[in-house]
Design a protein around this ligand. Structure first.
Ligand SMILES: Cc1cc2nc3c(=O)[nH]c(=O)nc-3n(C[C@H](O)[C@H](O)[C@H](O)COP(=O)(O)OP(=O)(O)OC[C@H]3O[C@@H](n4cnc5c(N)ncnc54)[C@H](O)[C@@H]3O)c2cc1C
Length: 500
C-alpha cells in the first residue's frame, strides 16, 4: 500500500452532479480542487451506473420557462448537442470532459473516503483531513485543505467529522409542515435499480433466475404500470428500503430490487400478456440509486412553507421548481400511488445558510444532503437543482479559501457577485458589480422578427401522440393559428398555457 498526501485549497468528496458542479465552480475561481468519487464514473445517480434522468426547476413541465443556467446549463446544452438520444455513456463523457477541462481540478476516481480527522468541541468542529482508499491502485491518500465539501449524498464525511444531521421525517409541528407525519420517525425514501431492454430482432427466451420474485403474488401488477418497451426511469417506482436503513441495509435492498426486476421481466416475457417475444434485457443496474439518507443541519433548515411560500431569502444562492415529491414508505409494495406531488406556484429559492454546517466550521455540503426538512428535500433533491446548489457551495468554498474566512463569515454580497459573474441564476437579483461589463453592454440587432407565422410549412407533423409547442410570444399576442388536417372524423383537444 502506498501512503500519500494531497494538498488542495478545496476538497470535494462525491462526484455526483452536486460535487461536479461544486468542483468546477471552485476551480474556475482559481482554487486548486480535489474531486474525489468512489465510483469509476462521475455523475452519481445520473451516471451510466444508475441512469436516473436529470430533472430540475422546470418541474414536470409546469415551469416551462425555468431553466438552470451556470454550469448545469452548460452541461445540458453540451449534452443536447452531443447526445440528443440520451445515451447514458455519452452523458458520462460530457460530465467527465467538463471536469477534465478545468486544470485546477485533480480528479480521484475509485477513491472511497472513509476516514476523517476533525478537531474541536462539538459546537465548533473543524476538519483537518479526509483519507480515501483508491481501489485497484493500493493507494491510501490523505487529503488536506482548508475547506471540505460533503457531496456524497449519504453524508458520511460530515457524519465522521461530527457535523449535526438527521435521518428520517420531522414531526408536523417541528416546521409546521402539513405534509410531515404527526410524529417524527426514521422513514426515508427508498432506493431503486433501473433496467433497459431492447428488441433483439429475433425470438429470445428468458429463463428466470431462481432469485426472481413471483410478482403476481404482490400488488405490483395491479398497482404499477408495466409495459414491454419501457426502459430506465419509466420504472422509477421499483423502490424499496424506505422502512429500512438505506445505507446499512444497502445490500439487502439491492437483492430485493434485483429479485423484483427479474420477476417483472419474467412477467413481461412469460405471462403471455405482453408482446415481448423478441425483447431481451440489455442492462440491469447493480448500484442501487439512493434517494435519501443524512440531511445536515445548517444555520437554516429549508422547509415546506419556504417552498410553497417561495420565501425570498436575502441569501438565496440557488433555485428549484420540482414539486415536493414524496413516496410511500413501502415503495413498490405500497397499494397507494408510488408518489404524491405538491407544487409551489412556480420556482422557489434556496438560502446559502442551508449549505454550510451549523457546528463544523469548514464544512459545506451540496446535493441531496443539504439542510432541508424531509418534506422540502422532496423537492430540492432533483439533480439539476442539486447541481445549482453545488455551484453555489463550490463558489462559496473558493471565496472562503481565498479570503481565509469560514463559510459563515463569508459576506453574502461577495458570494452573489461571484455567482452572477459565473452565470448562475439568482432569481430577482441582478449584478451590482461596477466591474461587470454586462451592466454597460448594449445589444443591437440589424433587424427584428415581428411575426411568428410559418407561411410555408414543407412537411406535415403527424399527431400520433400528444405534442407540445412552445412559442416565444410577445405579451400582446392576440391569437395563435394552427393549420390541421385529418383524413377522417376526429377530435383535437388543445390546451393553451401562459407561463408568465
Ligand atoms: C431511482 C431514483 C429516481 C430519481 N428520479 C429523479 C429524476 O427523475 N430526476 C432527478 O433529477 N432526480 C431524481 N432522483 C433524485 C436524484 O437522483 C438525487 O437526489 C441526486 O442524485 C442527488 O445528487 P447528489 O450529487 O447529491 O448525490 P449522488 O447522485 O448520490 O452522488 C453522490 C456521489 O458521491 C459518491 N460517494 C458517496 N460516498 C462517497 C465516499 N465516501 N467517498 C467518495 N465518494 C463517495 C457516490 O458514489 C456518488 O457518485 C432520483 C433518485 C433515484 C434514486
Amino acid at each position: 500500500m502506498r501512503n500519500e498526501t494531497a494538498r488542495h485549497d478545496v476538497t470535494v468528496v462525491g462526484g455526483g452532479l452536486a460535487g461536479v458542479c461544486a468542483a468546477i465552480a471552485a476551480a474556475r475561481l482559481g482554487r486548486s480542487v480535489a474531486l474525489i468519487n468512489n465510483r469509476p464514473v462521475l455523475g452519481g445517480n445520473a451516471s451510466s451506473e444508475v441512469r436516473v434522468w436529470v430533472c430540475g426547476a422546470t418541474g414536470h413541465g409546469k415551469n416551462h420557462h425555468a431553466r438552470e443556467g451556470g454550469i448545469m446549463g452548460e452541461l445540458l446544452v453540451e449534452n443536447q448537442f452531443r447526445n440528443p438520444d440520451g445515451n447514458p455513456y455519452y452523458w458520462d463523457a460530457v460530465v467527465l470532459d467538463a471536469v477534465r477541462a478545468e486544470p485546477g481540478i485533480t480528479l480521484y476516481l475509485n477513491t472511497d473516503v472513509r476516514e476523517v480527522d476533525a478537531e474541536g468541541p462539538d459546537e465548533a468542529r473543524r476538519i483537518t483531513s479526509v483519507t480515501g482508499w483508491m481501489m485497484g491502485s493500493e493507494r491510501r491518500i490523505r487529503f488536506e485543505s482548508s475547506l471540505f465539501l460533503d457531496c456524497t449524498g449519504d453524508g458520511l464525511i460530515g457524519h465522521l467529522a461530527g457535523a449535526r444531521h438527521r435521518i428520517g421525517r420531522e414531526s408536523r409541528a417541528e416546521y409546521d409542515e402539513a405534509w410531515a407525519p404527526e410524529t417524527a420517525d426514521d422513514i426515508t425514501l427508498g432506493s431503486t435499480l433501473l433496467f433497459y431492454t431492447k428488441d433483439a430482432g429475433h425470438p429470445v427466451k428468458f429463463v428466470p433466475p431462481n432469485f426472481a420474485k413471483d410478482i403476481t403474488r404482490t400488488s405490483i401488477p395491479q398497482r404499477r404500470i408495466i409495459k414491454a418497451g419501457d426502459n430506465g426511469c419509466a420504472y422509477w417506482w421499483i423502490e424499496f428500503g424506505g422502512e429500512l436503513d438505506t445505507v446499512h441495509d444497502n445490500e439487502r435492498i439491492r437483492d430485493e430490487l434485483w429479485s423484483v426486476i427479474h420477476g417483472i421481466w419474467d412477467h413481461i416475457k412469460n405471462s403471455g400478456e405482453f408482446d415481448a417475444a423478441n425483447m431481451t434485457l440489455e442492462w440491469v443496474g447493480s448500484v442501487p440509486g439512493k434517494r435519501e439518507y443524512r440531511r445536515f443541519l445548517g444555520d437554516y433548515v429549508l422547509h415546506q412553507g419556504d417552498i410553497l411560500g417561495q420565501t425570498e431569502f436575502a441569501d438565496r444562492v440557488a433555485f428549484g421548481g420540482w414539486s415536493i415529491d414524496l413516496h410511500p414508505p413501502q415503495g413498490m409494495f405500497a397499494t397507494e400511488a408510488g408518489a404524491r406531488q405538491l407544487y409551489a406556484d412556480g420556482i422557489y429559492h434556496i438560502p446559502y445558510r442551508s449549505l454550510y454546517s451549523v457546528n463544523t466550521e469548514n464544512l459545506l455540503f451540496a446535493g441531496r444532503n443539504i439542510s432541508a426538512s424531509h418534506v422540502a428535500f422532496g423537492s430540492t433533491r432533483v439533480m439539476a437543482t442539486c447541481a445549482t446548489i453545488g455551484q453555489a457551495a463550490g463558489t462559496a468554498a473558493a471565496l472562503c479559501a481565498t479570503g481565509n474566512v469560514t463559510p459563515r463569515e463569508l459576506p453574502v454580497p461577495e458570494l452573489h457577485r461571484a455567482l452572477l459573474r459565473q452565470d448562475a441564476s439568482l432569481i430577482g437579483l441582478a449584478s451590482t458589480d461596477p466591474e461587470d461589463l454586462a451592466l454597460r453592454a448594449r445589444a443591437t440587432a440589424s433587424s427584428t422578427l415581428t411575426g411568428l407565422a410559418v407561411e410555408d410549412s414543407d412537411e406535415l407533423w403527424p399527431l400520433a401522440a400528444d405534442a407540445g409547442l412552445v412559442l416565444p410570444a410577445d405579451p400582446d399576442l392576440s391569437g395563435v393559428e394552427l393549420l390541421v388536417d385529418a383524413d377522417r372524423d376526429t377530435e383535437i383537444v388543445i390546451d393553451l398555457y401562459d407561463p408568465a
